[in-house]
Write a protein that binds this ligand. Structure first.
Ligand code: GRG
Length: 299
């Protein structure tokens, strides 16, 4: 199962066009510094990538017939946060990686200061996108999107998980913390991507909870398959160096469960994720296909 025979090209193209549009530099004022920051933002954010997070937002929003113009904008804001996190994660002060999405990382192509600023700019731009009335006509909905993404990306979400992960490398976090680290570092953003569909639709609690349960399961499965690819994949497949977790002494699910155990755990999570979608029957198929893709992904 490859991305090209699972993901809808029309949605992916619309996401790419939206990102391109959002990252277009205003013509004025002309300044070399502004040219450089936009070049660095575009270099990393328009460099491929699966676009899993915005894709999940669009499919979740489709369950409620939310206009695609809204879900594509809202999902693209999440992708901007994701791209910022990858730029910062690759910096010498963090993972010190020189390859991402099959090409040189931002600090290699530009320099450390530009990479830090490009990440910062993508992060702030994400919230400007959500606060804009073009994302949703109802101000209360926009407020929910902003606050939920802030929580998912901040100290009680992705940033907190990254901090725990860094401490785990120096032996300061226990192996049992792996699930918590991953649910914050990777899972929180995937979960909010799915819940965005319910927020855009102003859906009820049962539907929001079902999407959260689905997302929590696929988020954990995604991290397990990431750990498995780090052990058994290649840089050519994944577009980033493999074997990094062992080199950085990072605790992973493969350490905890072994390769076979990790594969079994991921498969169980994907089955549970699909069960959580029952409330949407018979419209759950596109999201269920993404769950299957996560289990079999090679990149
Ligand atoms: C620097 C605040 C800060 C956070 C970094 C997301 C993250 C936290 C680090 C990335 C390191 C990593 C490899 C995490 C494992 C899971 C993951 C997020 C993989 C990359 O996401 P994909 O596979 O990437 O969706 P593409 O390139 O397809 O978008």
């Amino acid at each position: 199962m490859t991305q090209s025979n699972v993901f809808d090209t029309e949605i992916l193209t619309a996401i790419e066009q939206q990102l391109d549009h959002l990252l277009t530099r205003p013509a004025q004022p002309a300044a070399a510094g502004l040219e450089r920051i936009y070049a660095a933002m575009r270099y990393s954010a328009l460099a491929g990538g699966k676009r899993l997070r915005p894709y999940l937002t669009v499919l979740a929003a489709d369950l409620f017939d939310v206009p695609r113009s809204q879900s594509i904008r809202a999902g693209s804001a999440i992708e901007l946060i994701h791209c910022y996190s990858l730029i910062h994660d690759d910096l010498p002060a963090m993972d010190d990686s020189d390859l991402r999405r099959g090409r040189a990382t931002s600090h290699i192509e530009f320099d450390d200061a530009t990479a830090v600023l490009a990440g910062d700019a993508l992060l702030t731009e994400a919230f400007a996108v959500l606060a804009d009335a073009a994302t949703h006509p109802v101000p209360e909905v926009r407020t929910i999107l902003v606050s939920q993404l802030a929580m998912a990306a901040g100290p009680m979400g992705m940033v907190g998980g990254q901090m725990m992960d860094i401490m785990a490398e120096t032996g300061m976090a226990a192996a049992e913390d792996i699930a918590l680290i991953q649910s914050l570092k990777t899972g929180a953003l995937i979960a909010v991507s799915c819940r965005f569909g319910a927020y855009l639709a102003q859906a009820g609690q049962p539907e929001t909870d079902a999407l959260q349960r689905f997302a929590a399961d696929i988020g954990l499965a995604f991290q397990i398959t990431d750990d498995l690819l780090d052990v058994s994949g290649s840089a050519a497949q994944t577009g980033k160096p493999t074997g990094q977790d062992a080199m950085n002494s990072k605790p992973t699910f493969v350490d905890l469960l072994g390769e076979t155990g990790a594969r079994e755990k991921a498969a169980t999570l994907i089955e549970d994720a699909k069960q959580a979608l029952a409330v949407f029957s018979p419209r759950q198929e596109p999201l269920a296909r993404i769950a299957d893709f996560i289990l079999s992904r090679q990149s």
